[in-house]
Design a protein around this ligand. Sequence first.
Ligand SMILES: [Fe+2]
Length: 336
Amino acid sequence: MKSSSTPIATSLYGRIRLGYVLIESSRLDEWQRFAGEGLGLHVDAPQAGVLAMRIDEHQRRLIVCRGPAEDVAAVGWQLEDEAVLELVLSRLRTDGVIVREKSGEAAGLRGVERYWSFEGPKRMAFELFVRPILGTAPLQMKAGGFITGAAGMGHLAISTRVPEALLAFLQRIFDARISDFIEERVNGVVMDITFLRLNERHHSLALAATRGRRMDPLRNRIHHLNLQVASFDDVVGAYRRLREMGFAMANGIGQHPNDRELSFYVTTPSGFAVELGWDPIVVTEEAEAGWQTCTYQGISLWGHFPESLTFGMKLGQTARALGSLTRKEYIPGVAS
Ligand SMILES: [Fe+2]
């Protein structure tokens, strides 16, 4: 893989982006309606038990394969070139992380030529790839378009009981930079959310942790996956379609104070949410040079009101939060 002419990379910043998300679900029919008719993505069903969603030239961005987990199984990170791949692999080796190179059917499922996989946060597979397979057929989407490119396909937000160790891992391995923090109060509990950027997208990852006693109220490995549409009409159109179709709106349309994205959150058939948003700020090179990290109070400037949180759901979250106190959370690398 590495040739003598391969330049030595020193930083991943700006050279890594969210590439794909692989979901395991037994609800493929629901996912097809949700993603195609609701969110407005291009949906292919290339074989029994697999849905492959496109939002741009990549052949696969969101993949749902039949399985019992009802959760995210793998997250693919696209790297700029082999030199960057070599850099991250050497860092993982130093950290004692076991990495497996994969190709063939597993790579085809993900829409890439080959990939390198390790056990990531919350025991999701974190997968590295350089070359995606591109789709050839024209996109057929209800949405007008999605913003990807150098910023990748969107962002992920996860809850964690070990935010310091996870942050250190992501800084050490991915050169993650802190964009800002938000303090949010939920049912009397303070949540500290750290927003991490890997490129010009304001954040590719957000880590949420309860202050004081660390608890995790979520069944799923991620809280949400964010996709960025091209226009506000796309946000409103998807919101109206998903509501009319009966999908649970976790949070109605609103705006975050830090990235200024206008978005809503809808619950997927697998339980975590998709945030569909428009027009977040872009951290340009100029903005990067003068970036000031600050802390915002409250997750939303306005809106994002919970639309489908029932008493039973609150009770379930409380029970899971208390149950999490007795479990150890896996963190990859030397900290684990
Ligand atoms: Fe988000």
